[in-house]
Design a protein around this ligand. Structure first.
Ligand code: SF4
Length: 328
């Protein structure tokens, strides 16, 4: 069955297989409207008219021992970024208050690095406890935790953990040599067994094939996270991917990935994370037909659009912004 026929006969109960996923990812651009409409029907059914907005605070920045090819925070990167071990309480708690005051969906906090001492996790847990007094929903993007450390954060009130697969098992060694894809999968399984909500997505535009995207999405579907952030590479000078040759992404390709993710995980938050302002500028109406979640500011080392402008954009397109307490 070709992709167009697949969409014409598509029903939600159908579990897309690898071959079908590949057909959707290679759909001709002139047929993309049918794919968007299929994704839009599911977006409307499960997410209504709401767009979740998140704010991201980078709690620890730079000096990471890992060599992820896209990342300005790697110690192998010469990108000109601000580096610090610990953001001030003042800044962190001010950001949390901003989340509360703007009724944003979630406060996402990120820490560079891959391994943490128990003392570092205990300190983070204390800061999470303080922020939870504001009633914000908190997601922490963090490397590999021991089970003991994960429980410490759970007991502090942390709601969700972000740990991305980033790409496929096959492609992963091309982007990172200091840890493995299997380690990421095992970490996610451990976090799920403890009862965390999971946020797990990937990065598009690193030189991967459609097969890699399909395999990554299949693994993400198996993990079944609450949230699936899809990042579109913003090549940063000083990183391996930023300095090399790269083929720019097209908006159509980005949309095909997001639509396919929506069809595969219809109930999950599908988030357009990094790259939204670049790859969807002027195409936000199509974007919001598919995704229900975006960042307003703080892509770790890249600036975002800002909260007020983001809210204004969403409202101008006829969507409401989400208040997390209505969901949880
Ligand atoms: S993506 Fe994470 S683990 Fe990889 S270099 Fe950046 S901060 Fe380190």
């Amino acid at each position: 069955m070709n992709a167009r026929k697949l969409l014409d006969n598509y029903c939600e109960e159908h579990i897309l297989n690898r071959e079908e996923i590949l057909k959707l990812l290679s759909l001709p651009d002139y047929d993309i409207a049918a794919l968007i409409e299929s994704a839009h029907a599911l977006r409307k059914k499960y997410k209504g008219n709401k767009v979740h907005i998140q704010l991201l605070t980078n709690v620890r920045s730079g000096n990471c021992s890992q060599d992820c090819a896209y990342c300005a925070q790697s110690c192998r990167s010469s990108a000109d970024i601000e580096k610090y071990d610990r953001i001030s309480d003042e800044q962190l708690f001010a950001d949390d208050l901003l989340v509360k005051e703007h009724s944003l969906s979630r406060h996402c906090i990120g820490l560079s690095g891959i391994h943490f001492s128990d003392d570092e996790i205990a300190e983070l847990a204390e800061r999470i406890k303080t922020m939870k007094e504001n009633g914000t929903h908190i997601c922490c993007s963090i490397g590999f935790l021991t089970e003991k450390q994960a429980i410490m954060l759970k007991e502090a009130g942390l709601d969700r953990i972000n740990h991305n697969l980033n790409s496929s098992l096959r492609f992963y060694p091309q982007i990172c040599s200091t840890h493995t894809y299997e380690q990421r999968i095992n970490n996610l399984r451990m976090l799920k067994s403890i009862g965390f909500e999971l946020c797990c997505g990937g990065i598009i535009g690193m030189g991967e094939s459609n097969e890699d995207i399909a395999d990554m999405l299949l693994d993400i579907r198996e993990i079944s996270p609450e949230s699936v952030p899809i990042n579109f590479l913003l090549p940063i000078k000083g990183t391996r991917l930023g300095d090399g040759e790269h083929t720019p992404l097209s908006t159509a390709h980005c949309l095909k990935v997001l639509c396919t993710a929506r069809l595969m995980l219809p109930r999950a938050d599908i988030r357009c994370a990094a790259g939204r302002e670049v790859y969807f500028s002027g195409s936000e109406d199509m974007l919001f037909k598919v995704v229900d979640s975006i960042f307003a500011q703080g892509y770790l080392t890249e600036k975002g659009q800002g909260i007020n402008d983001t809210v204004a954009l969403i409202r101008s397109l006829g969507y409401d912004t989400e208040i997390e307490s209505e969901v949880h």
